[in-house]
Each structure stands twice: as structure tokens, then as C-alpha cells.
Design a protein. Structure first.
Lengths: 362, 328, 353
């Protein structure tokens, strides 16, 4: 196993540290496959995932949140940057520098759950085979009897009846299938679970079941979650900290309550404002309706990528790319934003904010 | 669009060269050069060959010179229309092809038209009336069509025709018309003979097309834009032909190009059974008897026709489908 | 349609609906079933509601509740194996009332109403347009099906409608194909297509489900603006109660083909009565400061082939009354003005023997 320098590179509480992560995809054209450009899917992303916490990556489609998660488990190899992973007191390893064979242990400890419980489960395998498969692959199953015992235990863990283990996924509803996917992800007793839009396809009543189940499992097993999602209300409920991504970059990161009530980036403010709230009293509230669409990561605007849609943009925003800097107080927990005017703007959060923003026409 | 066509034509050049190299290798494949085997063939029949003829033949094809010179000679001769000399027919290859290719072409073209005229409506019917009696019937007929060998169909066709009309239809013309000058009467005579081979040659293609059309249309019909059009008040007939049919037919257009060689291939046994003067039996003969100039020339011509056909169908596809037009 | 008629409608139909007006559409005891080899699915099983001119009605519920089938029944664009087996869909076409349920599905009457009187927008703007025709082609086609106008006039009307929905360059956009447009522009084009003949009723079936939140906000704003502008009634079908709360005047909540509760959004969201409505509202994470717990509804939605007897929700209901709820469908009971609930907690038990 390759070591990635000393402990100094990782925060004390971090289990995964992402450093200067970059993922570019070439744009090719013609039958000669000439490269004509590059899609900057992830551009210089930094964050720490602390042990036992839930960190959410939120943003709209194409913001790079899923690519980031894929680069962490090395399902996609990053263009540059480091992904440091540490188990217990062992020295951190840089996953980006490891060969496939060396990644086995890391992959055993970082598992993924995907959005679509219909396509992520092989319809021709029984629950026993689906959930037991990782155990067999990693040779942790022992006898067939031990495997059945382990699978039964996992099914109980996700509140499914162990007697169903010989049935096939089609016999289960969407929510139950997501439980099966969770059981499979937990079969190797991982430290970290990356949930990529894991509840997005579910009906609200079932979504609530899965959200609560994930929380219970976290408390019970001491799991760390990276929660990739686009639904801000769900993230608010599930995450301890939130990183908001736009056009391949983190534009704001901080503790959930703080970020929602006191956003420091205009994009976060707009996202919060746009999220529909199931309360008719807020029907006539002023909303920020962003004009235009998400920046094209293959053709980013100069300066701050958000400036064409930003109602506060000034000349500087069109020229200079803002750094992600600390905007929280010196005493409180870290709250960082990538906006030139983060400390000057009065932005509205979910409490209503300092003043009602004017309704902006698209 | 012009750039697209130009690019496609440029891509065709190396492919054509590749085909010619393969053709040349086929010519070179038999032991000895072809002049020796030609002479051997003649001598075996008791003919006496003038040494001057041998020399002139050897000089014309550059035999004895390095292999690339021979290839170049052959290619330049080919381009100039000198396709070599056929051993078995004792005629210049170009003459044989000139006699045979038109009838092959006529049968293939007619088959193609029949394939479309029969296949598309039935495919559409099968898709719109999915799981109906008609659908099941055509599905069964379709499978039979794909599974039945053409020569068997030809034999059955002959037999049926004989039991109904009492005559045996062999060839493309009635005996009295065989040598008549081409005119309306001869054309009508041709039509009365050609439909059977065209139908038989096209059977497999028709069956295939029915299945393709049915599947494509079944893919398109439940799509949302069809429902949306219906919700806008578009008439049921227009709902079928304006939108889904047009999209379902695109893959069919793209197959036109390579249908030609398939049809020629399909003609071989049918032509043998029905005694048709097409190119297919010649190809078979030439391959069996190692008449390499003849075989290679036919393969070359079919290859080039396929390339041109593919180009044409791609252009056609780009015209009807803006998505492809946008991408080119 | 002449400008005078349009103007009249706008004048008589203020946003929010006219309480005294006769309903534009009146659905009575609608039953739509699907027939397949596995059995019969009662996708919609006795649903009734009214919508008045200019009103925005929401129909909400989770997957399988029958909300989309209800909308497909109105326009009679059900899939082949779906059939209306009972009930009436009375549409006021200005002169008389037509029962859409009794008409031939693709007949003259329905075709004249579709796109002209009642229009529909769907979930995916990309697939709402034929990929091989320009958006203008399809908008102009709709206009010319329903109005006796020249190609040029139709073209002009189409450009005007594209401008109204906020397309940046209508004269050019009309020549474009959907694959050339961005997601937000496709949404707008789809709205323009459905509104091209200025329908009296717009049915929107999950129009914001597949889009990002900022695009969703644009879409909701567009619908609000265009409704204020053209004054049509809207039926908004969605699983997203946030969208319902933001847009609609009244809401009907459905569960397994049945109407469980309906009323004004304020009544239903602030004073939910049916245990399912309450459960649904409790299971949505809120965008409010502080820690707000969510409470899921226990259990799973029953299979459509094995529907529970009696109240369809009784298998998951926290207030289940043994010996009552599984016996018969609870009747709709008024719990306030215009607020009705189908639950034995609020009445109807006396009628059970």
C-alpha cells in the first residue's frame, strides 16, 4: 500500500480528504477524434469528509457532484488532485495513486448506493445472491451457512423480513428495493457510504422511510455519509454539512443550519428561494427566479462561472475567479464561500433573511 | 451537407483500394499465373496456342514483373474498362458483365420495390394492430419467409405456375421474344416473366422488413410526442404517418445500400432454378472454376455498387432526419 | 377563435377562478380501468371533481394513485389497454355540455376539443416534440387544425406565442428542432405548443418533475404569468406538494385510484383531515429553520392487483378502526365549506350495517 505523506495533510477528524480534485473530459470531433475542447466537470474541488458525519453535495445537473463522488471511489480516475482515505490510525492513502488491485481495501470501506433501485439490482439474482455477492467477492463469506446468516442479519438491519432472501427483486416495491441496495452496500461493513441521489426516485412517504433508515444506520454503525442530492429540503433534513456545487466547483460549504439560514453565495440563496415549500402561506413570497441556465462546463464564462445569472454581479465577477474563502466568524465552525462579495451581500436564507429580495423576472 | 458528402466520398477511396487489393489477391491466389492456367485449359481441349499470343498476354498483364507492377497494370486496365479475359466463357469479362448485369439489376431493383411496397404496409399494419389475428398471421408468414431457402421457393413457384398455366416459365423472355429488339412488346413480355423471380428473391427481404418495420414502429408509437400530437387534435391517420412512421422508416433507409449485394447473392440459386441470365450464376461458375478475372471483376463491381448504395442511403437519411443533418 | 371571444373570456375569468361561475369541467364518478393478462387494475375508481373557468386545481398523490390516468381520461388519450368503464366527464364548450367519456376516443368531438379547448403539457419537453420536425411545424400544425387561417397567419401566431412564453428569439426559434434547444427553452416551447390555440383548460402532468430546481422555478413563474395573461384554468398534476402549495387554489389528494381529500390549498395543507394527507405532509422535509422531524407513512403501497377492501389506505393507516375501515369505501364527508374527506373518522359509519 502506498502512503500519501504524513498525517498533516488530513484534518484530525477527516476520513476522506479531497484535495484539488480535477476531472476533465475531452470534447472530440470528426472521424479523426480531434480534441476541440474540454469539459471541466470537476475543477479544483477541496473538502474533508469527517468521520461519522453526513456531508451533502448539492447542485443542479451537470454541476459535477456525481463526477466528484465517482472520482472518490476511483470509478472514474481524476485528471489531477488527491483523494486521501484513512482507516482508523493507519497512514492515509492516496486513492488516485493506487492500482486497481491496491484499491480493494478502500473499495471495501467506501460503498455506493445509487438512485434507481430498479436498475441497480440484477433481476435474475435472489436477495441472498445480491446482498451476499460482495461478501463472496471479498472472500468474507465463509460457509454457505455463514453467508445466509450474515445476509439475514443485513436484511433485519434494513427492516426487511429475512425469510424473503430467496426471492427476486421484482417482488419488491421501490422503497424495499432501495433497502436491498442499502443492505448490499453495508454487507462489507464499510466506513463510508456514498449515496448518489439515493432517495430521488422514491415517493415522498417512502423517501421519508429511507431517510430515517439511513440516519438510524448511521447512529447504529457509526457510518460516514457523502450524500449527493439535488433536493434541498431532503439535504436540509439529512446532512450535517452541505457543499453547494456549481459548474464543477464548490461555491459554498458550511454547517447545514448556518448555510440555509445565512447563505453567503448568491447561488445558494437562489437555490433556497427556488425550492418549492409545501406551505400555501408562502405562495406569494418573493422568489428569486434565476434567468438562463446552468453554465455549460464545456464552455465556462470567464471570471465567476455564476456571474451571467447573478443579480449582484459586478465587473470584478466577470474578470476574476473567486476563491473559496472562510466567511464564518473566527470562533464558529467553518463556513466558506466563493464569492467576491460574500462578506458584503445581505442574502436571504430560509428564515426570510435581512430583507425580502425583489422578484426578478426571468 | 456538401462537406459531409465530400467527406464520405473521400472515405470511400481507401475502401475501394482495399477491395481492389483483396480482388488482386484472389487473382493471385491460384498456383501459377493465370495465363499458364489459361493455356493449360486451352491445350487440354486440344487447341494450339500461338506463342505470340502467350507473349502478348504476358506483356499485357505484366506477368513476370514485380507484384506491385502487376497490381498497377491490373488496376489501370480495370479503370480503362479492360477487365481481363474469361477462361470459361472465352470472352472478355466486360462483355459478359455487360450482358448479365442489366437483368440482374432489373430483378434486384424490382425485388427492392416489391420488398418496400409489400413490407412497409404489412409492417405498419402489424404494429398498429399488435397481437391481432392479422399480426400473428403475418408474423408466422414472416418467419416462414426468412426460414425458407430461395431455391425451394423458386421450385414451388415454378410448380405452382405450371399447375395453373401449364407452361414452364424459364428465363426472362418468351422464346419468341428472346432475340427481338427491345420495345414495348418485349418490355411487357419481360414484366410477365420477371415478377416471379423478383418476388422470390425479395421474399426474405420482405419478411425481414416486415419485422423491422413492426419493431421500429412499436418502439415509436408509445413515445410521448405521439401522445402529445394526439392531445393536440391531430387525426389518427396523420398521427401515424407524419410522425412515428417517418422515424421508424429511417433505419430501413439506411439498409437500402447493402441490400443490393444481398439480393444478388439471393439470386444465385433462384437464377439457376429459373434459368435466368443474371450475373449471380456467372459469379458462382467463375468461383468454382477459378476464372479469376471474371470473379474478381464481379466482386469489385458489386463492392463499388455497395459503397455507392451506402453513400446514397446515408445522404437520403441525412435529408429526412435533421438529427443526423445536425451532427454531420 | 376571434380576439373578441378571447377578450371576453379573459374578462370573465380572473385568476383564482370565479366562485359563482358554472364549472368548465365536471368529472363525475370517473372509473378508468386497465386490462392486462395479470388482471384488471382499477387505476381510477370513482373520482369526482369540478374546475371553474380560470381556476388552478392541483391533483396530488404518489405513484399509482391514478392522477395521470385521470388526466389521460379527460382527453381520452389512454393507452390501448385502458378503458373508461364508468362515470361522466362533462365539458362546457361554451354552448352546451359534452360528455367526453361518452364520445368516441379519436372521433371528431374529441379531436376538436384537444389542443383547442383543453390542452396538455407533459413531463418531458424533449420528447414532447417530434425529433424530426421543427417546433414551429408542430405549433403551426396545431393552429391550422383548429383555426381556418393561412400558413402565414399561423406562423405569425406561433411566433407571437413563442414570444409570450419568453423565448429569446421567436422568429429564429420557430425554425429550430428540440435537440438544438436548452432544457429551459424546451420547457417554454412546450408551453407555447400547448397554448397555441388559447385553450380554456390546460392540464399539466408533472411538468416540472424532471427538471432542475431553478428551471422548475422558471416554469412555475411562467405558468403563473401566462395564466394571469390568458386566463385559462389549469389542472396541475404532480407528486410534489411544494409545487401544489405554490401554484394552485384547490387541491385533490388521491390514493390508489380514490379521492381521499379535497379542498382549498390552505384547508388541506393547514388543516389536513385524512390520515393519508396528514401522513404525506408529515413525511416531507421542510425548508424551515431548525430541526423539523419527518414521519414516514409506515408500510408499502399495496400491489394494484391485490387492492385492499374498504378504504384503500386502511393497511397503512395509524387511525385504522378495526371492523369498519376494511368493510366498505368510506363516503366523502364535508368537514368544512368546500373541504371534503373520504374517511370514517369523519362520518359515514352510520350507513354501515
Amino acid at each position: 500500500m502506498r502512503e500519501a505523506g504524513g498525517r498533516a495533510q488530513m484534518e484530525d477528524r477527516a476520513i476522506i480528504s479531497v484535495r484539488n480534485l480535477v476531472k476533465h473530459f475531452p470534447i472530440e470531433t470528426g472521424f479523426l477524434r480531434r480534441q476541440v475542447g474540454v469539459v471541466k466537470a470537476v475543477e479544483d474541488v477541496n473538502f474533508d469528509l469527517n468521520e461519522g458525519e453526513t456531508l451533502a453535495l448539492v447542485g443542479e445537473s451537470g454541476c459535477g457532484k456525481t463526477t466528484t463522488s465517482h472520482c472518490i471511489i476511483q470509478a472514474q480516475r481524476p485528471t489531477s488532485g488527491r483523494v486521501l482515505f484513512r482507516i482508523g490510525d493507519a497512514a492515509p492513502m492516496d486513492l488516485t495513486q493506487m492500482e486497481k488491485a491496491e484499491l480493494k481495501e478502500a473499495r471495501r470501506n467506501i460503498r455506493m448506493i445509487y438512485q434507481d433501485p430498479y436498475s441497480s439490482l440484477n433481476p435474475r439474482m435472489t436477495l441472498l445472491q445480491i446482498i451476499g455477492e460482495p461478501l463472496v467477492i471479498h472472500k468474507m463469506a465463509g460457509s454457505q451457512e455463514a453467508l445466509r446468516e450474515k445476509v439475514a442479519e443485513l436484511l433485519r438491519l434494513v427492516r426487511l423480513d429475512p425469510s424473503t432472501m430467496n426471492r427476486y427483486p421484482h417482488a419488491f416495491s421501490g422503497g424495499q428495493r432501495q433497502r436491498i441496495a442499502i443492505a448490499r452496500a453495508l454487507s462489507l461493513s464499510p466506513k463510508v457510504v456514498i449515496a448518489d441521489e439515493a432517495v430521488s426516485a422514491l415517493d415522498v412517504s417512502v423517501q421519508a422511510q429511507i431517510l430515517n433508515l439511513l440516519k438510524e444506520l448511521q447512529n447504529q454503525l457509526g457510518l460516514t455519509y457523502l450524500f449527493v442530492a439535488h433536493n434541498l429540503a431532503v439535504v436540509k433534513y439529512e446532512a450535517d454539512r452541505v457543499a453547494v456545487m456549481y459548474a464543477g466547483k464548490i461555491v459554498e460549504i458550511g454547517e447545514t443550519e448556518e448555510l440555509y439560514t445565512n447563505p453567503r453565495h448568491p447561488y445558494t440563496e437562489a437555490l433556497i428561494s427556488a425550492a418549492p415549500n409545501p406551505d400555501p402561506d408562502t405562495k406569494n413570497r418573493a422568489r428569486i427566479v434565476l434567468a438562463g441556465e446552468v453554465a455549460d462546463p464545456g464552455n465556462l464564462p470567464p471570471g465567476c462561472a455564476f456571474h451571467p445569472r447573478c443579480r449582484y454581479a459586478e465587473d470584478r465577477c466577470r474578470r476574476e475567479i473567486p476563491e473559496l474563502v472562510e466567511v464564518g466568524g473566527e470562533m464558529g465552525p467553518s463556513h466558506r464561500a466563493a464569492c467576491h462579495f460574500a462578506s458584503e451581500l445581505e442574502l436571504a436564507g430560509i428564515s426570510g433573511g435581512a430583507e425580502e429580495p425583489e422578484r426578478e423576472q426571468a | 451537407m456538401l462537406i459531409y458528402i465530400l467527406r464520405r466520398v473521400i472515405v470511400m477511396i481507401p475502401v475501394t483500394i482495399l477491395i481492389s487489393v483483396i480482388g488482386f489477391i484472389i487473382i493471385q491466389a491460384p498456383p501459377g499465373d493465370f495465363v499458364s492456367s489459361y493455356i493449360a485449359g486451352l491445350e487440354a481441349q486440344g487447341d494450339i496456342i500461338e506463342p505470340e499470343l502467350i507473349d502478348s498476354l504476358r506483356a499485357r498483364y505484366g506477368l513476370g514483373e514485380p507484384i506491385y507492377v502487376q497490381y498497377w497494370r491490373w488496376v489501370s486496365n480495370f479503370v480503362e474498362g479492360d477487365l481481363g479475359y474469361s477462361m470459361i466463357y472465352r470472352e472478355p469479362v466486360v462483355d459478359i458483365i455487360a450482358q448479365r448485369l442489366p437483368s440482374s439489376f432489373t430483378i434486384s431493383l424490382l425485388s427492392l420495390i416489391l420488398v418496400f411496397v409489400i413490407g412497409i404496409p404489412i409492417g405498419v399494419l402489424s404494429a398498429t394492430k399488435q397481437y391481432s389475428l392479422a399480426d400473428y398471421t403475418f408474423t408466422v408468414i414472416g418467419f416462414l419467409g426468412v426460414a425458407t431457402p430461395n431455391f425451394l421457393l423458386a421450385l414451388v413457384g415454378l410448380w405452382l405456375l405450371f399447375s395453373w398455366t401449364g407452361t414452364v416459365s424459364i428465363g426472362l423472355y418468351s422464346p419468341e421474344m428472346q432475340n427481338a429488339p427491345f420495345g414495348l412488346a418485349k418490355f411487357l413480355d419481360l414484366l410477365s416473366h420477371i415478377w416471379l423471380p423478383a418476388l422470390i428473391v425479395g421474399t426474405a427481404g420482405t419478411a425481414e422488413l416486415i419485422r423491422t418495420m413492426r419493431a421500429n414502429l412499436l418502439d415509436e408509437l408509445p413515445k410521448q410526442y405521439v401522445t402529445v400530437a394526439r392531445a393536440r387534435g391531430v387525426k389518427p391517420t396523420k398521427l401515424l404517418y407524419k410522425y412515428p412512421l417517418r422515424i421508424a422508416i429511417n433505419p430501413v433507409i439506411s439498409t437500402v445500400g447493402w441490400l443490393l449485394p444481398v439480393l444478388v447473392e439471393g439470386e444465385v440459386l433462384v437464377s439457376l432454378v429459373l434459368g435466368l441470365p443474371t450475373i449471380a450464376p456467372v459469379l458462382l461458375d467463375s468461383l468454382l472454376q477459378q476464372d479469376m478475372f471474371l470473379a474478381t471483376s464481379i466482386i469489385m463491381i458489386l463492392g463499388i455498387l455497395t459503397l455507392v448504395g451506402t453513400l446514397l442511403s446515408d445522404i437520403l437519411l441525412a435529408i429526412v432526419d435533421p438529427r443526423i443533418r445536425g451532427a454531420v | 377563435m376571434t380576439a373578441a371571444q378571447t377578450g371576453e373570456r379573459e374578462a370573465t375569468a380572473p385568476p383564482g377562478g370565479d366562485a359563482a361561475a358554472d364549472p368548465l369541467l365536471s368529472v363525475r364518478n370517473l372509473q378508468t380501468h386497465f386490462f392486462s393478462r395479470e388482471g384488471v387494475v382499477k387505476a381510477v375508481d370513482g373520482v369526482s371533481f369540478d374546475i371553474k373557468p380560470g381556476e388552478i386545481l392541483g391533483i396530488a398523490g404518489e405513484s399509482g394513485c391514478g392522477k395521470s390516468v385521470t388526466s389521460q381520461s379527460i382527453l381520452r388519450i389512454l393507452p390501448r389497454n385502458g378503458k373508461i368503464v364508468g362515470g361522466e366527464i362533462l365539458f362546457d364548450n361554451g354552448e352546451s355540455s359534452v360528455d367526453l367519456a361518452a364520445e368516441e376516443a379519436d372521433g371528431r368531438v374529441l379531436r376538436d376539443i384537444r389542443g383547442k379547448e383543453i390542452a396538455m403539457i407533459f413531463q418531458e419537453p424533449m420528447t414532447s416534440f417530434s425529433p424530426v420536425h421543427t417546433i414551429g411545424d408542430q405549433i403551426i400544425e396545431t393552429i391550422r387544425i383548429h383555426q381556418d387561417v393561412s400558413k402565414e397567419e399561423a406562423h405569425e401566431q406561433a411566433v407571437e406565442m413563442l414570444r409570450r412564453v419568453g423565448m429569446p428569439n421567436p422568429a429564429r426559434n420557430i425554425e429550430e428542432y428540440t435537440f438544438n434547444l436548452s432544457g429551459g427553452m424546451r420547457q417554454r416551447a412546450m408551453v407555447a405548443l400547448s397554448l397555441s390555440c388559447r385553450p380554456k383548460l390546460l392540464i399539466a402532468d408533472e411538468p416540472t418533475t424532471a427538471v432542475d430546481v431553478t428551471i422548475q422555478a422558471q416554469m412555475l413563474e411562467l405558468l403563473r404569468d401566462i395564466q394571469a395573461d390568458l386566463g385559462m384554468a389549469i389542472i396541475m398534476i404532480t407528486h410534489d406538494l411544494g409545487v401544489i402549495a405554490e401554484l394552485t387554489d384547490r387541491v385533490m389528494i388521491m390514493y390508489l385510484g380514490k379521492e381521499v381529500e379535497h379542498g382549498t390549498v390552505e384547508d388541506v395543507f393547514h388543516r389536513p383531515q385524512h390520515p393519508y394527507t396528514r401522513g404525506l405532509l408529515a413525511s416531507i422535509p421542510k425548508m424551515e429553520p431548525g430541526r423539523v422531524e419527518i414521519e414516514p407513512i409506515e408500510g408499502v403501497v399495496p400491489s394494484p392487483y391485490a387492492m385492499p377492501t374498504g378504504c384503500k389506505f386502511h393497511t397503512r393507516c395509524p387511525d385504522y378502526i378495526a371492523g369498519v375501515c376494511e368493510k366498505q369505501d368510506p363516503p366523502l364527508t364535508a368537514v368544512g365549506p368546500g373541504h371534503e374527506v373520504s374517511c370514517y373518522l369523519y362520518g359515514g359509519r352510520e350507513e354501515l350495517e
